[in-house]
Ligand binder design. Structure first.
Ligand SMILES: NC(=O)c1ccc[n+]([C@@H]2O[C@H](COP(=O)([O-])OP(=O)(O)OC[C@H]3O[C@@H](n4cnc5c(N)ncnc54)[C@H](OP(=O)(O)O)[C@@H]3O)[C@@H](O)[C@H]2O)c1
Length: 219
């Protein structure tokens, strides 16, 4: 698959490593420009690009940058996107890092809905509660009783399937966590956030979540 990754940090870097190994055609971008991505490109075979180039012609774009930087992404980033483009959002709102976001704090907008509104394209939320190192260390074959499961939320069922199939290929089960308005169930400090467990426990943890934003994740 042709995949663009926007953000080359802990999560973006490790997704670049795994997805290139699986044979996908990966372009990767950061904020400082392609010249700063030479080492990652040499290590993985991914193509370093600008943010706009990462979105162009891709079947899947991963947005994996701090929430506070989402409004800095070029406007119209997905204007020329192919029909059926899936956009995967790994983001979390950390007030200490991102500053106060009123729509999330006061209006109860989910973190991924806020991101959608800024980038102008629906997203699928996944990996937001997964330790970056686990992307390298924890994959297991389908059917292994120790295989971890990741919650996946989103409104576009076709895009959700693209993301769920890719996560399976990466070595993890998935659990359908509903639409983006329900994605508070997997935001920071919920029972599923950071949970290393299989489908049954992840399903239970999603059901046990409470919609109130925890004090620890308020500005
Ligand atoms: N770390 C984890 O284990 C983990 C787990 C789950 C979810 N998350 C979430 O996933 C997101 C990414 O986390 P991370 O730990 O991978 O972040 P990180 O290590 O801090 O890396 C952030 C990356 O985003 C890039 N970036 C920032 N602003 C940008 C912009 N305007 N355009 C293009 N690229 C930009 C940075 O580019 P430069 O290098 O050029 O500055 C950097 O490559 C966050 O929302 C985080 O909360 C993280």
């Amino acid at each position: 698959m042709k995949i663009g990754i926007i953000g080359a940090g802990n999560i973006g870097g490790n997704l670049t490593r795994r997805l290139t190994k699986l044979g996908h055609e990966v372009s990767v971008a950061n904020s400082r420009g392609p010249a700063t991505l030479t080492a990652l490109a040499e290590e993985t075979g991914a193509t370093p690009v600008t943010v706009a180039e990462a979105a162009r012609g891709a079947e899947l774009v991963v947005v994996t940058i701090p929430l506070k930087n989402v409004p800095d992404l070029p406007s119209g980033l997905f204007d020329g996107a192919a029909d059926g483009l899936a956009v995967l959002d790994t983001g979390n709102y950390y007030p200490g890092r991102d500053g106060r976001i009123d729509a999330i704090e006061d209006d109860g907008v989910t973190e991924s809905r806020w991101t959608e509104q800024h980038i102008g394209h629906p997203v699928i939320k996944a990996f937001n509660g997964t330790y970056a190192q686990d992307i390298l260390d924890k994959p297991l074959p389908a059917g292994d009783p120790e295989r971890m499961a990741l919650p996946v939320a989103g409104d576009d069922e076709a895009a959700k399937k693209v993301v769920r199939d890719l996560i399976d290929e990466l070595g993890f089960d998935t659990v359908d966590a509903g639409g983006i308005d329900e994605s508070w169930r997997q935001q920071p400090d919920t029972p599923v956030y950071g949970l290393r467990a299989g489908v049954a426990a992840v399903t239970d943890a999603l059901a046990a979540a409470s919609p109130e934003r925890p004090a620890t994740f308020r500005a």
